[in-house]
Design a protein around this ligand. Structure first.
Ligand SMILES: *Cc1c(COP(=O)(O)O)cnc(C)c1O
Length: 365
């Protein structure tokens, strides 16, 4: 028998969450963002649930080839554009749309020979200061691009730094609007947080294309202000394992490396076949929630490479082989949002799902 540790990818939940993005941005077209191997879900596994998207956005050319290999004929967008001139040949061959965020990418495009003009997303740095042309340089970049025979259409794009927090998107939206006034072309601004929080009530933010990523994967971008239940999102990845042993402790007994946990009285603990080598974060704090047989309990002691130890007090019937859900949905339907576990590790759901380890057998259900 293989080690009883696995990750499940929930196809229906992906489709549900994608519909939630659509409902939040009516009339806008939806890029399902599938970068980082579909946020750790596996592009091939996530694809079935995401086929209702208008396009797939990613940044690795390899991943673009994989989406085409799945038979997708619709738009694919490279969110960071081309890294070298050669990449444009692949764009031409696979009909990839690509972002242009700095001058050298325009130079490459100007030197590129293609039968078929490209769809380009021109990116503005409206305040985040990672990628894009400054607002003052945006119009000149647009003029240069639109003079190229290699370019078919230009979509205007920017990315928000604070869509999930108190600052919101108003300042960057104002910068973007002022600098693109009366320019033709579609527009694209929203990530997940902006799609959920601002797109429903603001047409300028919603624009023509939204680019939801994390919400599609069942994580609330503004946790802990709101959780997935608030946004009506469903977990798309469940990390599950089983108990491979139990121990009856007496008062004063220690558990695991460093004896971090010490029993204050008699208690039962379960030993779970999952550890940091599976992608479960070692840094979680004591009392991090976990589901045993779908019942909420807590971690005690340090996470080790292959094992975690959990308190069985709330689940007296649990024993060897009992089901453990580290995040996601238990067999009985109970949900432990990945955001809660991430918060206990001082990080976000994004990082945990992307860090699911190679050794965990993963299948779509
Ligand atoms: C990753 C990414 C997104 C999606 O962001 P989420 O917060 O996961 O919704 C959208 N746009 C760009 C440019 C990105 O790089």
């Amino acid at each position: 028998m293989p080690r009883p540790t696995e990750a499940l990818i929930h196809t229906d939940a992906l489709a549900h969450n994608l519909r939630r993005a659509r409902a939040s941005a009516p009339d806008a077209k939806v890029w399902a963002v599938v970068k980082a191997n579909a946020y750790g879900h596996g592009i091939e596994r996530a694809y079935a649930g995401l086929q209702g998207a208008d396009g797939f956005a990613l940044l690795d050319l390899n991943e673009a080839e994989r989406v085409r290999a799945l038979g997708w004929r619709g738009p694919i967008l490279l969110l960071e554009g081309c890294f070298e001139a050669r990449d444009l040949e692949l764009c031409s061959r696979l009909n990839l749309w690509h972002t242009v965020h700095h001058e050298a990418q325009i130079d490459m495009l100007a030197a590129h020979k293609t039968q078929q003009p490209h769809q380009v997303f021109l990116k503005m740095n409206s305040g985040m200061n990672r990628l894009g042309f400054r607002p003052q340089a945006f119009r000149a970049a647009w003029q240069r691009l639109s003079g190229l025979t290699q370019v078919d259409s230009i979509t205007l794009m920017t990315h928000f730094s604070d869509a999930d927090g108190p600052a919101g998107v108003a300042a960057q939206t104002a910068v973007f609007e002022a600098a693109t006034r009366e320019m033709p072309g579609d527009r694209s601004l929203c990530n997940s947080a902006a799609t959920l929080r601002f797109a429903p009530n603001d047409g300028a933010v919603r624009a023509d294309w939204v680019r939801p990523g994390i919400m599609v994967y069942g994580s609330a971008p503004d946790f802990p202000d709101h959780d997935i239940a608030h946004w009506d999102l469903q977990p798309t990845m469940s990390l599950r394992a089983r108990l491979i042993a139990t121990q009856a402790l007496h008062a004063g007994d220690a558990v695991g490396y460093g004896s971090r946990f010490r029993a204050t009285g008699p208690m039962r603990i379960g030993i779970v076949a999952c550890g940091y080598a599976d992608g479960y974060p070692r840094v979680v704090r004591e009392d991090t929630p976990v589901l045993v047989n779908g019942v909420r309990t807590r971690i005690v002691g340090r996470v080790s490479m292959d094992m975690i130890t959990v308190d069985l007090a709330p689940v007296p019937e649990a024993g060897v082989d009992s089901e453990v859900t580290l995040w996601g949905r238990a067999q009985n339907g109970a949900v432990l949002p990945i955001d809660e576990v991430a918060a206990c590790a001082g990080t976000v759901g994004y990082e945990l799902m992307c860090a699911l380890a190679q050794r965990v057998p993963t299948r779509a259900v």
